[in-house]
Design a protein around this ligand. Sequence first.
Ligand code: NAD
Ligand code: MG
Length: 396
Amino acid sequence: MSGLQRITVLGATGSIGLSTLDVIARHPERYQVFALSGYSRLSELLALCVRHSPSYAVVPSAEAAQQLRADLRAAGSATEVLVGEAGLCQVAAAPEVDAVMAAIVGAAGLRPTLAAVEAGKKVLLANKEALVMSGALFMQAVRRSGAVLLPIDSEHNAIFQCLPGDFSRGLPQVGVRRILLTASGGPFRQTPQSELAAVTPEQACAHPNWSMGRKISVDSASMMNKGLELIEACWLFDARPAQIEVVVHPQSVIHSLVDYVDGSVLAQLGNPDMRTPIANALAWPERIDSGVAPLDLFAIARLDFQAPDEQRFPCLRLSREAADAGGSAPALLNAANEVAVAAFLERRIRFPEIASMIEHVLDREPVVAVDTLDAVFTADRQARLLAEQWLSRHGR
Ligand code: NAD
Ligand code: MG
């Protein structure tokens, strides 16, 4: 490792952001925080600035900036405050920065994540929605700039660890038969389908194995998370959707597997704690302590596997269809899902209506080629519009 690495954490106040700062704080000789961003939990952002002394903090509005500046001054902190998407892009691409943790949730993270990619940074990608929306453009930008893209999603980080160092020649060329993407099945894996209409946001957010932000928790409950991850894996590993199989594995101990033509199947195992993939990506290709307890196989005792149930989880089927369709389809899927999840969390729709809303949008909006970022955001806007129209007719 060469010297101290300066890190920007986009989405520092979230679940991934806080886990990242936990790992960083264990290695002050390796990492220094350059910038932190927050969106709604601004008193928590203040506390993080006092603790990690970043050069910059980024907040969404001028009012929030004014408040944070006053609070930082009172706390004797020298952190400078920047505002909005321009501020996020600035701290993602700043010449002083070595690595960027992209941990904003949803489409809001696309431009800042791309700014880090275009500046050729080491990009730790948690914000799967950014890649799902803009896959081809995103990967072109990675190749053009020479950015090092490291997956944080536990499954993709596992696959990355199970692939040979250089898989850029293509999966068949390095002997990969298929990728096995594991899924916990979420909190409703065994809930009778007839009861899904009555489940609450609280039940959806109570994941059996992982503690995460609310949006990804609902995505896990609907298995849209696995659908987004299928698309994410296609882009990260240059795979076709048919080369990726979803395997339900309720214990979340195996984080994914790679099946080779000689019959070898490589897996990465670990306790379900995001600090493992975060530490892996931060230190790659070295290894550092993440604070995660060693895996106790005797306590786990058994590992189970099942095929996914696409009847119960139509979001998985819709994602596969969007992956096959390509073009703007994944951006439409993602945007419709973001509106649907927010509506479910606000109790405006029932849980099964998340899939109905997405299917409505995908049925109405034609899929087009997306050659520019403008085209991606046009698809995103159009899907949100159709989803809102559906909501005004069917929502509460
Ligand atoms: P979270 O809700 O806990 O945190 C989201 C962060 O994004 C917060 O810091 C918030 O301030 C910021 N944010 C929200 N809306 C914003 C906006 N409009 N503009 C700028 N910033 C905004 O979410 P999370 O669970 O940490 O997930 C973050 C990303 O990582 C998501 O894309 C998720 O899919 C992915 N991910 C999370 C986990 C996990 O275990 N939590 C695992 C794999 C992937
Ligand atoms: Mg995941």
